[in-house]
Design a protein. Structure first.
Lengths: 388, 355
């Protein structure tokens, strides 16, 4: 027992020394360059949501490289670093703190909503300018320092319901959504609220959770049985592809309608693209667009990362350019403090009109919400066609 | 030389050394933090480290002392976190003092976790070994799935409103718990509170293990039949250890939840339970200071190797394996003993030469 005590004491001492050594790296960054803007990014590059984090990481890198090649922002180069958060609020805060140690002045992130809520609380304390490419909940923009590139969930839900109502697409609508996902349930709630005003009925709302998203026969059967002529899918494309296939196997004759999460449907491995014919979705970005900047971005992304960029990538690409535009407008210098830069950019972005690849004439309200038009597209012959 | 024989029980000494270690660690970290020598990353990790240390110590009660494998610890943590967070939200305008509200929240979280521990414990503790592990795992997942998805709660001037469908009947402005979207939590946790909680936890667990009840629990672990034959109620003491462990996990949960702005169920899956179990196993089953040290190392390690980029988690796993082998492989322990004996003999020789 005596030995045990000694060993325990020894171990404690070692742990203490280790913590101290770990803690001794100095606050802020000593190696910081005063003629560079330090832009940090946070998102999941490992784990279940890695698709989105990697898309954002890569696309932002492309934008940063382009800007640096073209001479930077007002002559100042960008230093860019992306940290992994595994789609986990705790890790996300750790990533934020790591980036602060690195010297981050502006945050482009985080990619997913739930971690973003935790990070926003931290960045609010520091008054750091934060622009999230894809965290769509209204909760994340409660602070005055946070702005969004993507639509908010209510915005999408309401817009979808309006679109279905105005175009008289259906009288009975079934919904399948992910109740464990903030994005999905957020859209559903607002869709359901707006549906009452639009004169169509929600026949059934089926749910699944992130733990059980590989088999949907129960939900699809319930939707078919409810007699709905349209199934609304405010979910991501992987699950949607399974649902569409299941519905097809059931022989259901329904239209599918989705939000920006459905973007990517055509690139699912092993998914018969013919099944996606007639699927409608609201999305701000289409990789098949012939518009010059979009086409250049898509080509660039494919060359570098051997993959077709999705909407998350496009949002991130825009995010970096929006930060650039805001910096130019506010005329801030890298030598200013984080909070000073934050104040200036928060003001500048609300006065900005930005032409991006995810929307024309984007403007921001003081609340942090972006104002851009969602574009409804329908899949015809394996490509997006404007639904108008 | 005078012999320094003070009459303190060895177990008391271990407790004292552990608590002294914690206090010294607190003083050092606090001084560093105040002096601005602590990186933001480390400052951000202080609260999670305390939370994980409490969790590891409390799980050690079941795994080390009772000798049963529980994989549902995250479930109890989540019960505590959930009820505690709801409590602090509801009482936000009633109790203006944050600290008082937070402490009451911890009591509420602890009590609820204990109730869950009691209910689940009395149902599953008839089982042993692998079966118990599987059932606790299942219960942990049930708690997480139900609490983390079903309940919508809102509060307005007329009181509390509940909904278990989709929350559409409630006013979104007054919503406290939003089903799967979780609870928005006020930040109340501080490093000091964590250290105090940790010390309390260590005191409770170490005192328990040294008490009559603790000896009974250990007896149950070592030989159930013999214990029963002596007239000790096996189920009573097993349930006791299980419930206390759940209550402590609940308190840690409240503390953990109030460090992040948002609380959702997805985080507390069985990986989380496994993570805490790893801390206990690495620190040594039944070894309380070991659990704390393992919790510290395993929380800091993944953050300190961020520079490795995407290889981070691979390296983390490798380091974990190496640490496990080095700490607990019998051959390695032997090797360590030989080495330390050699070092000691060198020192002794030197001492003699000096004399």
């Amino acid at each position: 027992m005596k030995k045990f005590t000694r060993v325990a004491a020894g171990l404690l001492a070692v742990a203490l020394a280790a913590t101290m050594a770990a803690g001794c790296s100095k606050q802020g960054s000593g190696s910081k360059d005063s003629d560079k803007f330090y832009i940090g990014g946070i998102g999941p590059t490992t784990g279940g949501a890695a698709v989105y984090g990697n898309a954002v990481k890569n696309a932002a890198q492309i934008a940063v490289d382009e800007i640096n090649e073209a001479g930077g922002i007002n002559g100042y180069k960008i230093e860019y670093k992306f940290e992994d958060d595994e789609h986990n609020a705790e890790k996300s805060v750790n990533a934020y703190n790591s980036l602060k140690d690195w010297g981050m002045q502006i945050l482009m992130g985080t990619v997913t909503t739930d971690p973003c809520k935790a990070v926003v609380a931290e960045s609010g304390n520091d008054n750091m300018f934060q622009l999230t490419p894809s965290a769509s909940s209204t909760d994340v923009i409660k602070g005055k320092n946070v702005f969004q590139v993507c639509f908010t969930d209510p915005n999408q839900g309401t817009a979808s319901a309006k679109y279905i109502g105005e175009h008289k697409l259906a009288s009975k609508v079934a919904v399948i959504y992910d109740s464990s996902d903030v994005y999905s349930s957020g859209i559903y709630e607002n869709f359901a609220a707006e549906a009452k005003n639009q004169g169509f009925e929600i026949a059934t709302a089926q749910t699944f959770t992130s733990d059980a998203k590989s088999e949907f026969s129960v939900q699809v059967k319930a939707c078919v049985d409810s007699g709905a002529d349209l199934i609304f899918l405010p979910i991501y494309y992987q699950e949607a592809s399974l649902i569409i296939k299941e519905a097809n196997d059931e022989g259901a004759k329904v239209t599918f309608f989705g939000c920006d999460g459905l973007d990517g449907l055509l690139s699912v491995d092993g998914f018969d693209k013919k099944l996606a014919e007639g699927v409608m979705l609201l999305t701000p970005f289409s990789a098949d667009s012939t518009e010059e900047r979009t086409a250049a971005f898509v080509k660039n992304y494919k060359e570098k990362y051997n993959d077709t960029p999705n909407q998350f990538a496009a949002d991130a690409y825009d995010a970096i350019y929006i930060i650039k535009a805001a910096i130019e407008k506010a005329d801030v210098k890298p030598s200013q403090s984080v909070s000073e830069i934050g104040d200036a950019l928060e003001k500048a972005i609300t006065e900005l009109t930005y032409e991006g690849i995810t929307g024309k004439g984007m403007t921001w309200s003081e609340s942090g919400e972006v104002n851009k038009d969602p574009m409804a597209v329908v899949i015809k012959n394996g490509v997006y066609v404007s639904a108008e | 030389m005078k012999s320094k024989k003070i009459n303190i029980k060895k177990s008391t000494l271990t407790t004292l050394i552990t608590i002294a270690g914690i206090i010294v660690a607190y003083i050092i970290m606090n001084t560093l933090s105040n002096g601005g020598f602590l990186s933001y990353k480390m400052q951000g990790l202080l609260v999670p480290i305390c939370a994980y240390a409490i969790l590891a110590v409390s799980l050690n009660l079941v795994v080390g002392l009772l000798g049963e494998l529980s994989l549902g610890h995250a479930g109890f943590l989540y019960v505590g976190a959930y009820t505690g967070a709801i409590f602090t939200n509801i009482t936000a305008d009633m109790i203006s003092n944050d600290l008082v509200r937070f402490i009451l929240g911890m009591v509420v979280g602890g009590v609820f976790a204990a109730i869950f521990g009691l209910i689940i414990g009395s149902a599953v503790l008839k089982l042993q070994g692998d079966y118990l592990a599987i059932v606790t795992l299942a219960f942990g997942e049930i708690i997480r799935s139900v609490l983390g998805n079903v309940l919508y709660i809102s509060k307005d001037s007329s009181g509390l409103h509940f909904d278990v469908n989709d929350g559409s009947t409630l006013n979104p402005q007054d919503m406290i718990a939003k089903g799967a979207q979780g609870i928005t939590v006020q930040r109340l946790s501080t490093f000091l509170i964590g250290i105090i909680l940790l010390i309390l936890t260590v005191l409770i667990v170490m005192n328990l293990s040294d008490s009559r009840a603790g000896r009974a629990i250990k007896a149950v672990r070592d030989n159930k039949i013999a214990t029963e034959a002596v007239g000790i109620s096996v189920s009573k003491y097993r349930l006791m250890a299980f419930t206390i462990s759940a209550a402590l996990a609940g308190v840690a949960g409240v503390y953990y939840a109030h460090n992040f702005a948002t609380l959702t169920g997805t985080k507390f899956d069985f990986n989380f339970s496994i993570n805490i179990l790893v801390m206990v196993v690495l620190g040594g089953m039944g070894n309380i200071p070991g659990s704390i040290i393992a919790a510290i190392i395993l929380t800091i390690l993944p953050e300190e190797i961020r520079f490795l980029g995407n290889y981070r988690m691979v390296i983390y796993a490798v380091v974990l394996i190496v640490m496990m082998i080095f700490s607990w492989n019998p051959k390695c322990i032997e090797f360590r003993k030989v080495v330390s004996a050699k070092i000691k003999s060198v020192f002794k020789k030197k001492n003699k030469e000096v004399q």
